[in-house]
Design a binder for this molecule. Structure first.
Ligand SMILES: *[C@@H]1O[C@H](CO)[C@@H](O)[C@H](O)[C@H]1NC(C)=O
Ligand SMILES: *[C@@H]1O[C@H](CO)[C@@H](O)[C@H](O)[C@H]1NC(C)=O
Length: 119
């Protein structure tokens, strides 16, 4: 039996207060930002605070990062790329500047999917 496909999607809840020592989280750790990885599991047990950063490490030929809203996240809807929502360098550092939910998906075809976990 095939194991369930995992998609490159990530939701983060940023918790106040801000920190003295900022943490840089490599999303997915050694695996980086990729398919067949459970990012929801990756966030489990981690506390993200204002002042911390997310680092998206991936092959830019295969993946990218879109910052989306909750509706787009649940629908796996890739928005039109603009300077504020689209990351493509392969090593994107995203400072968590405000508290609240943050949602990220990969815009590559098939890398986000309607069967992905609903939050
Ligand atoms: C980023 O990904 C590359 C290739 O997958 C890997 O060699 C490198 O160690 C990763 N960097 C970090 C900081 O995890
Ligand atoms: C990008 O963000 C800046 C600053 O918040 C805003 O002024 C600008 O309109 C945004 N551009 C797009 C395309 O959303």
């Amino acid at each position: 039996m095939a194991s369930p496909q995992k998609f490159t999607i990530l939701a983060i809840v940023v918790v106040l207060p801000s920190v003295v020592l900022a943490t840089e989280f490599i999303v997915g750790d050694e695996q980086g930002w990729t398919t067949n990885f459970d990012y929801s599991k990756w966030t489990t047990g981690k506390t993200f605070r204002v002042g911390d950063s997310l680092v998206f490490n991936y092959s830019k030929d295969n993946h990218n990062v879109f910052k989306v809203n909750g509706v787009q996240f649940k629908a796996c809807q890739v928005p039109p790329a603009n300077v504020n929502n689209s990351l493509t360098t392969g090593h994107d550092v995203v400072p968590l500047k405000t508290a609240g939910n943050k949602w990220y998906i990969c815009g590559a075809a098939g890398h986000c999917n309607l069967v992905s976990p609903k939050l």
